[in-house]
Design a protein around this ligand. Structure first.
Ligand code: SF4
Length: 731
């Protein structure tokens, strides 16, 4: 297997530099705080949930003298087990960010805002929403959000308004991963029993940057016990540093690798026959489909030598069922390629050949926690909104597999320009920076008659909104009860107020209760957040007081290996999906070309790929000074290029390159490294802030979104964010 030219030592030097920043970052302005003579004041520890990424790790936050001092991971919490990452530390500081919005704002001119009272904001927004709904219909309203625990409240709000249009960031992140697994095994997110695995294979997944702290701990333990960790990626990622082997693959071709591995396992009889016979559907059909997918065929596609493919398949199969292919997240199994859905299906099916479902060292389905609801006699529930979303999600003729509540958020600008969407709420989201083709996104969002942002700073999207409502920072508010805090047992957790709000801000529940009467839906918001949370906890036998005291409560129900069950139409793992067949889609995973390929005869032609770094969550954290410092100390904003390709362009390490695509142009300094496939260049994601109101992040780096046209995958509508061909020149 190919090993990278990057040494472990070199990476660790970089990590250590980042770590040095973290020591500074884990204490909240200690020197200035100490200078205020608050040292002797009482220390208070409040359990809550981090909000710096979607993992919502449970943390204990220390305050001293009424100021945040530091945070530690909550050791009970199943998804972080006492750990906290750089982002978690860094984003504590944001509560004191001078860029924060201090009261509701109303836009009174281009780039000009004036502070208004909450009452004025509620009244004006409510009346405008009501007017737009009456004039154009409730389906002209939308809500877009980064999925948060408070999503239950936002769904309720939009349902009360009569609109089906609730969007998440799914089509820019995880949608094919969820749908591919759901089609194959009936659930979207199986978990891994890494601690007992003998062989873990990552396909385009980098859990050391798209952090999941529990997974990292378990992987480290598995490695200590001698498990093999193999990373297939176009670049030498952080996960490749963690792993024992890195296999460099041509971007967009992971599907060919999976099909060839299935070819070897089936052809050599290396699959788990009892599992396949008893728990799967459509094996013969898939076996027939992969008959021609030989390792030699896959070598052509992937650039991985056929001997490596054969060895990988045999080694993985030899460790079955304690062998597992990671279920994926964003990356190749997320929304990056046209063939991502087929890839997820293929990965799920190869896991099926390994027979690892509900087995030690394999995959399992986390136990569900069922929360209670408010008494409908006292708290009326609005009727369900029938019909598809404005973007065609759930429409049988368009995107029948794309669920409501996820939708196709990059369609919003087009729908606004077509006049189908007239008013929107943007919650914890910044589509002007995180969606493709920013010029078009700006044009679309600006064309709305009403745009309301919930944000704590004037992000790019907040800056063009008619109203900006400052939700209290996560350390200043309570949220609804959360349940997804453990993989292997049932846990319930809560985000709660650590500090009194520093400014005139409010939690989301209060804001919705404030707006609702002005739109005529007040009867659906006749509760307090406390009532809502008590009703949620009632069936669990857990009091709100005890949950607030502990932060996380384990309810037992620990996963145990045993007979697998699948929630598919056949009740089995479906190599052949009846749902896809009925929709006229390939029933078994088969080869599908990526949407675009670079011109191999043109030295300037590259695929532009991107990925997260461990100290950033997309555009959300790059305005945080300590986290930015990690980037600048390590010079981690550079764009990666292979030495052979750099030489052909006459570019040396650290020099500038100009990158252009059909929609954009930009410049970046180079990192010339053997840790990248020659067909592509790699750009770390999250940078390229263009709101001048974000003083730290502004002007640093570029974003892949500046080069990505507005695409819609034909089956799910996702953005296909690595399907970008760029022209690269020495600047
Ligand atoms: S992974 Fe880090 S940023 Fe994300 S929730 Fe956990 S501590 Fe916070």
């Amino acid at each position: 297997m190919k090993e990278s030219g990057i040494t472990r030592r070199k990476f660790l030097i970089g990590s250590a530099a980042g770590g040095a920043s973290l020591v500074a970052a884990s204490y909240m302005g200690f020197d200035s705080w100490a200078a205020q003579k608050t040292v002797s004041q009482e220390v208070k520890i409040t359990p809550t949930l981090c909000d710096a990424c979607g993992n919502w790790c449970a943390i204990n936050v220390y305050t001293r003298g009424g100021r945040v001092w530091k945070a530690e991971g909550n050791p009970i919490a199943g998804n972080n087990m006492g750990r906290i990452c750089a982002k978690g530390h860094g984003m504590l500081h944001e509560v004191y960010n001078p860029d924060r919005i201090k009261s509701p704002l109303k836009r009174v001119g281009p780039g000009k805002f004036e502070p208004i009272s909450w009452e004025q904001a509620y009244r004006e927004i409510g009346e405008k929403v009501r007017g737009i709904s009456e004039k154009y219909g409730p389906e002209s309203l939308f809500w877009v959000q980064y999925p948060e625990g408070n999503a239950d409240l936002t769904y309720l709000f939009m349902r009360a308004l009569g609109s089906p249009n609730v969007f998440s960031h799914g089509t820019t992140c995880f949608l094919p991963r969820n749908i591919g697994w759901w089609l194959t095994v009936g659930k979207a997110k199986p978990e891994h029993d890494f601690e007992n695995s003998r062989f873990v294979l990552f396909i385009g997944r980098n859990p050391a940057a798209g952090l999941q702290l529990r997974q990292l701990r378990d992987l480290a333990r598995a490695a200590d016990k001698g498990a093999r960790l193999v990373v297939v990626d176009p670049r030498f990622s952080e996960a490749a540093v963690l792993g024992r082997h890195w296999i460099r693959i041509r971007p967009g071709t992971d599907l060919a690798l999976m099909l060839a591995m299935a070819h070897v396992m089936i052809g050599e009889g290396l699959y788990q026959k009892d599992f396949v016979n008893n728990y799967t559907e459509g094996f013969e059909e898939w076996a027939d489909k992969v008959k021609d997918c030989t390792p030699a065929w896959a070598e052509e596609k992937t650039s991985i030598p056929k001997e490596v493919i054969v060895k990988l398949a045999r080694d993985l199969a030899n460790e079955a069922p304690k062998a597992v292919i990671h279920r994926g997240y964003h990356g190749a199994m997320g929304t990056q390629y046209k063939n991502s859905l087929q890839l997820v299906r293929a990965v799920a099916c190869v896991n099926g050949l390994l027979g690892n479902f509900n087995q030690l060292g394999g995959l399992y389905f986390p136990p569900d926690v069922k929360l209670g609801k408010l008494d409908p006699e006292k708290h009326p529930v609005p009727p369900v909104v029938e019909g598809p979303m404005a973007d065609g999600s759930t429409d049988e003729e368009r995107y029948p597999l794309t669920p409501k509540g996820i939708g196709i958020s990059q369609a919003i600008p087009e729908l606004a320009l077509q006049g189908k969407l007239k008013a929107g709420f943007v919650y914890h989201n910044n589509p002007l920076r995180t969606n493709p083709n920013p010029a078009r996104v700006i044009e679309g969002y600006r064309s709305l008659e009403l745009l309301v942002s919930f944000d704590y700073v004037l992000s790019e999207t907040a800056s063009v909104s008619h109203y900006v409502l400052p939700e209290s920072y996560y350390l200043e508010r309570d949220d609804v009860v959360h349940t997804n805090h453990c993989y292997s047992s049932k846990q319930v957790a809560i985000r709660q107020q650590v500090l009194k709000p520093l400014y005139d801000t409010k939690p989301l529940a209060d804001i919705l209760v404030g707006i609702a009467p002005h739109v005529g839906i007040g009867k659906y918001f006749n509760f307090t957040l406390e009532e809502y949370n008590r009703a949620s906890l009632a069936p669990l036998g857990v009091s709100l007081e005890s949950l607030k005291k502990e932060g996380v409560i384990d309810l037992g129900g620990q996963w145990k290996p045993g007979e697998p069950t699948f929630a598919t139409p056949s009740g089995k793992l479906e190599f052949a999906s009846s749902i896809l067949r009925d929709l006229g889609q390939p029933a078994v995973p088969e080869w599908e070309e990526p949407l675009v390929m670079p011109d191999r005869n043109d030295p300037h032609s590259f695929r532009l790929i991107h990925g997260k770094q461990g100290h950033h969550t997309h555009a959300r954290t790059v305005n945080q000074p300590y986290l930015k410092e990690i980037t600048t100390i390590n010079d981690w904003g550079r764009i990666w290029i292979h030495p052979d390709r750099a030489r052909a362009l006459g570019v040396k390490d650290g020099e500038c390159m100009t990158i252009s695509s059909s929609i954009g142009k930009g410049r970046a300094r180079t990192k010339v490294t053997e840790g990248i496939h020659p067909d592509c260049i790699f750009l770390p994601s999250g940078y390229g802030v263009f709101s001048r109101r974000l003083q730290t992040g502004f002007g640093y780096g570029i974003s892949y979104n500046d080069f990505l046209p507005t695409y819609f995958d034909p089956v799910l509508g996702h953005i296909m964010s690595n399907e970008i061909i760029v022209r690269v020149e020495k600047t």
